[in-house]
Write a protein that binds this ligand. Structure first.
Ligand code: ATP
Ligand code: MG
Ligand code: MG
Length: 351
């Protein structure tokens, strides 16, 4: 059989390994952490730093195709294994830098929040003059789950912020009615299929809940958001699952950020779609026909289990059509995604 290599060892890799294994592929995981939760579901794993060229070459030699579940994989070492990658590395390069990402999306007609790149920390004053408050300073690189972000209000004392020396960007705060994501899968032949868009609720910068169907404030903006997502996927010649996050505002969809991978706001698709985002990513990168993205239920709610809020997670198992996923993480640190629960409400007897 064939072997799929996955760069990154988190829960997304773990959930990709399930349909990959079901289709008869062997999964090999590459990740710098020794205790990756994806390794447990992989036939084999390599725990070496990203820049260990020998280990990376050995990994690639054992794989027929390589994909990633972690969007901050350094791109330089990937050039040496380019022949095993089907998803363009350019997608990673763009998505890893909030400035490049916003410029790229603007060129394709998308509308991000107003922003200014800060070359020096002193530039923040100028940025505040141009864009005003409230706003958010973000590190250009390496942020996730709201980490590397500082909210700025009119009264914020800039000198007490303690910003890191990393490249930064200042974004105006977007007044939104709701948040949603567009998740698509694009095949090697360019076919694109969209998942239904969930309404996403964040707490402390971390996704807490995704709900389908979305409210009208979102539903009316999905066509425009999808058109942009398709343009981006086509421009990149993307293969696999691609996610775009949006704010639904009174003036239409405002682009927040993109993730060149499967996404937390699509976890509901494991039970809530005919073919999940994980299955469709595997299908796409392996050149198989894409699966049906249609819903299997009328209403779907996905709740993340964050930190030690999972003490009684199994209690939901007594409820009909409630699906528990625990990622097997040993330590429930604050703000850490430990698992999720998806509840479905189907129409009558069938779907
Ligand atoms: P992820 O884990 O999704 O990659 P991240 O760390 O990259 O998160 P963002 O998506 O930039 O963070 O921001 C997290 C959340 O903070 C957003 O979903 C939104 O709720 C809020 N937020 C971020 N930027 C803005 C903005 N400019 N205006 C309003 N809210 C914002
Ligand atoms: Mg992000
Ligand atoms: Mg985000």
């Amino acid at each position: 059989g064939s072997t799929i290599g996955i760069l990154g060892g988190g829960q997304l890799g773990r959930m990709l390994a399930v349909p990959a294994t079901q289709f008869g592929y062997r999964v090999v995981t590459y990740s710098p952490e020794a205790d990756s939760v994806a390794a447990e579901l992989s036939a084999d794993w390599i725990a070496k730093p990203w820049d260990d060229a020998e280990a990376m070459a050995d990994f690639a030699a054992r794989c027929d195709v390589v994909t990633w579940e972690f969007e901050n994989v350094p791109t330089a070492p990937l050039n040496a294994i380019a022949d095993k990658l089907v998803t363009p590395v350019r997608a990673l390069e763009v998505a890893q830098d909030r400035l490049l990402e916003k410029q790229f999306v603007e060129e394709l007609g998308g509308r991000p929040a107003p922003y200014v790149a800060l070359e020096e920390h002193d530039d923040l004053r100028g940025a505040l003059e141009r864009i005003g408050t409230p706003g958010i300073v973000k590190t250009r690189r390496d942020g996730y789950d709201g980490k590397g972000q500082w909210r700025i209000d009119a009264g914020t004392s800039l000198s007490s912020l303690n910003l890191p020396m990393d490249p930064l960007i200042y974004e105006g705060f977007v007044v939104f009615e709701a948040e949603f994501s567009v998740i698509l899968v694009r095949g090697k032949d360019g076919e694109v299929r969209f998942y239904d868009s969930a309404a996403n609720e964040h707490r402390s910068g971390i996704l807490a809940r995704s709900t389908l169907p979305p409210p009208a404030a979102i539903a009316g903006q999905i066509d425009e958001a999808r058109a942009l997502a398709r343009k981006i996927a086509d421009a990149l010649q993307y293969v696999g699952v691609l996610t775009l996050e949006f704010f639904a505002t009174a003036d239409g969809p405002v682009f927040n950020e993109m993730a060149p991978r499967v996404h937390n706001s699509g976890h509901w698709s494991i039970e809530g779609a005919v073919a999940s985002q994980f299955e469709n990513h595997i299908r796409a990168i392996c050149g198989l026909p894409l699966g049906d993205t249609a819903l299997t239920a009328a209403r779907i709610v996905m709740d993340n289990i964050i930190g030690d809020g999972f003490a009684d997670a199994t209690s939901c198992l007594g409820t009909r059509d409630c699906h528990l996923h625990l990622y097997g993480k040993s330590e429930a640190r604050e703000g850490r995604k430990m698992g999720h629960v998806t509840r479905l409400e189907r129409n009558g007897a069938g779907a």
